[in-house]
Ligand binder design. Structure first.
Ligand code: GLN
Length: 526
């Protein structure tokens, strides 16, 4: 069975197409289907790895080392699946593939064109997971009408033509704005958006309307009439307090049944309605835990999306609500702002800016016995902190920030050359580490070996391990016995730094062990 659901968006961006698609996927999964999602981003960057988080938010990393859109994190968390390179596509990567083939002479003298060569490559990628799941949900990024999105829409049109009608469903997500002066919800932008889609040759089967107010039946009727969609397929998507409640709001409008009817499929198992109750129970809490995240992008939560989700998920499992504050590492009054938090986290990052602030925050956490969790760059900063302040290695630094430092405790290692990296000099995706017994890491993971996702270029320098261990730091895990993966501090309630990105591994109701341990320690510190 190969069924496809296409998700497109109209009117404005940021309507939550990923969340809508993932919510539909969740409902189908609760009916027993195997579901996965694929993202298509129409920009020319080959991947978002080089993009500024201000423009793009967090870079999510797949287990096989693709640097991808943060929507893949939403797919993983909603569907509890693992994404891979096949789940993430950009116009840049698609053009690169086609141009590489052209240079190799694969097109046999043909003039290489958007139609059919680019669209053929896109269609091939639409079908990439068809043998691995029952239903592929395909999200096309951007908004209908964008010039750069056109080849993707055109490919979707062709795909519809080439497959059976019952194998494909098209969902369009739009905005129904509320005009306060007129006290009215307006359907015109939705009408225009659907017209645009129909001009391209795609007629949506379902419209998901993002709205701040309930959609009256009369409005649904109007949208149905003007947009050529059955009235019961005009779906209201009001803002909710947790994105994980959206599957239930869609279920209450029979979205799952309507989709299964159109795709001519029958549920594979009894619907698992208990998921809704379990998700709701995550909001019950009897305490607040205050976490400070000290990073470069304090005013942009999306830059730390998976960290944010992981903290919330772990707190929810411990019947607490995480109150997360993002503090700018370059803020002059950072130290005074840190007072009153139950725990401090320093996330990943690149570049010099804010490093000294992060190190100060770590000194504060270490000296005042505040639970501390450093992720990737955060771990590297904790190594620098201990080197400078406990081991007294003056000017200890990472060669990322000071190439001539006398004490390069973090650097690009010769040993790295023996480890085959997927991203050139960048360690990307899953790598194994062995954990030492009788360490905090071992207590948390309860395992001798783990696999976690990486995205970094620099490593802790093994030449300094002995000195740092004498000063109170322990390296509690290594990759292939050479590359330090986890550091911790003895005589501290909770101080851990990890070279990898555990935040990509959290799912609702399955908190990541380090995040759970961190929140547990934060609650004890209240
Ligand atoms: N900039 C650091 C490195 O490249 C850390 C990267 C990160 O935090 N993802 O090693």
């Amino acid at each position: 069975m190969a069924k496809y659901i296409f998700i497109t968006g109209g009117v404005v961006s940021s309507l939550g197409k990923g969340i809508s698609g993932a919510s539909i996927g969740k409902l189908l999964q609760l009916h027993g289907f195997k579901v996965n999602m694929i993202k298509f981003d129409p920009y020319i960057n080959v991947d978002p790895g080089t993009m500024n988080p201000y423009q793009h938010g967090e870079v999510f990393v797949t287990t096989d080392g693709a640097e991808s859109d943060l929507d893949l994190g939403t797919y993983e968390r909603f569907l509890d699946v693992y994404t891979s390179k096949a789940n993430t596509n950009t116009a840049g990567d698609i053009y690169k593939t086609v141009i590489t083939k052209e240079r190799r002479g694969d097109y046999d003298g043909d003039t290489v064109q958007v139609i059919p060569h680019i669209t053929d490559e896109i269609k091939k990628r639409f079908a990439a997971l068809k043998d691995e799941c029952d239903i592929s949900i395909i999200e096309i990024g951007g908004t209908v009408g964008d010039i750069e999105g056109l080849p993707f829409m055109e490919a979707a049109r062709q795909f519809q033509l080439e497959n059976k009608a019952e194998d494909i469903l098209s969902v369009h997500v739009t905005l129904v704005p509320y005009i306060a002066g007129a006290h009215e919800l307006k359907t015109k932008p939705t009408q225009h958006s659907v017209n645009k889609l129909r001009e391209i040759g795609i007629s949506p089967d379902m419209i998901i309307c993002r709205t701040e107010h309930p959609l009256e039946e009369s409005l649904k009727k109007k949208i149905s009439l003007f947009c050529n969609v059955k009235q019961n397929c005009v779906v209201e998507a009001m803002d909710v307090s947790s994105i994980y409640y959206i599957p239930e709001t869609l279920y209450n409008q029979k979205v799952d049944t309507l989709i299964m009817e159109k795709l001519n499929i029958k549920p594979k198992s009894k619907f698992d309605k208990a998921w809704f109750t379990k998700i709701k129970s995550l909001s019950d809490h009897n305490k607040i835990v205050k976490i400070a995240v000290v990073g470069k992008y304090a005013d942009l939560k999306d830059a730390y999306k998976s960290v944010d989700e992981s903290l919330n998920i772990a707190a929810a499992e411990l019947k607490a609500k995480a109150e997360i504050h993002y503090l700018g590492a370059e803020d002059k009054s950072l130290l005074s702002k840190l007072k009153g938090y139950d725990a401090i986290l320093v996330p990943g990052g690149f570049g010099n800016r804010g490093i000294e602030g992060k190190i100060k925050a770590i000194t504060y956490a270490r000296e005042n016995k505040i639970p501390f969790f450093g992720i990737c760059l955060g771990m590297q900063c904790s190594v620098i902190e201990v080197a400078r302040n406990l081991a007294k290695l003056d000017d200890a630094n990472s060669t990322e920030f000071d190439e001539t430092t006398k004490h390069p405790v973090i650097k690009i290692l010769d040993e790295q050359k023996d480890v085959k990296y997927r991203g050139g000099t960048m360690r990307l995706g899953n790598y194994k580490s062995e954990i030492k017994k009788n360490t905090l890491a071992h207590d948390l993971y309860k395992s001798n070996e783990i696999q976690e996702r990486h995205r970094h270029r620099y490593e802790m320098n093994p030449d300094f391990v002995e000195t740092l261990e004498k000063s109170g730091m322990t390296v509690s895990a290594y990759h292939k016995k050479v590359l330090p993966e986890i550091v911790e501090i003895r005589n501290h309630p909770f101080f851990i730094g990890v070279q990898f990105h555990p935040e990509f591994g959290s799912r609702p109701m399955k908190a990541h062990p380090i995040f759970k341990g961190f929140i547990t320690a934060a609650l004890k510190n209240k």
